[in-house]
Design a protein around this ligand. Structure first.
Ligand code: FES
Ligand code: FES
Length: 162
């Protein structure tokens, strides 16, 4: 066992963890942050994507024991301070960027990292960035639209609702 202290969604967490404990399991089973999904457990699907020190990472690929001093952010912390959906979450809703929703937390975490360092990505950049995130339902077109809308490159769905 080893003792680690990290920040998860703005809250300090200290824990004794086994060396083999994966971050995704710790988030889901110990912290009850079940918005982070497990789709494959083999580092392919991206459903488990979270932010570690601002970078999007697949939490099934990381041991929690490696994260002493790290800052972790999950889908549960992506809404606005007032509890409303963030611009990216709203864009997914407006542009039907999800069907079953299983991949969606990972998509949101991955795309929000992209938009932080590339505020106006091209469609090609968005598609390239999502290579590690698999969606079995949508065909990706509406996910890409949502990312373009969230970056101000498409009219919001509200504009058509008049
Ligand atoms: S569960 Fe981590 S990449 Fe699929
Ligand atoms: S919406 Fe079902 S897997 Fe993406």
């Amino acid at each position: 066992m080893q003792k680690i202290t990290m920040t998860v969604n703005g809250r300090s967490v200290t824990a004794d963890v086994e060396g083999r404990t994966l971050l995704v399991d710790y988030l889901r089973e110990t912290l009850n942050l079940t918005g982070t999904h497990v789709g494959c457990d083999t580092s392919q699907c991206g459903a488990c994507t979270v932010h570690v020190d601002g970078m999007a990472i697949k939490s099934c690929t990381m041991f929690v024991g490696e994260l002493d001093g790290a800052e972790v952010r999950t889908i549960e912390d992506m809404e606005n301070k007032d509890g409303s959906l963030s611009a990216l979450q709203k864009a997914f809703q407006d542009h039907h960027g999800l069907q079953c929703g299983y991949c969606t937390p990972g998509m949101i975490m991955s795309l929000s990292a992209l938009l932080r360092h590339t505020p106006k990505p091209t469609e090609a950049q968005i598609r390239h960035h999502l290579e590690g995130n698999i969606c079995r339902c949508t065909g990706y077109a509406n996910i890409v639209k949502a990312a373009l809308a969230a970056s101000g490159q498409m009219p919001s769905a509200d504009a058509f609702a008049q």
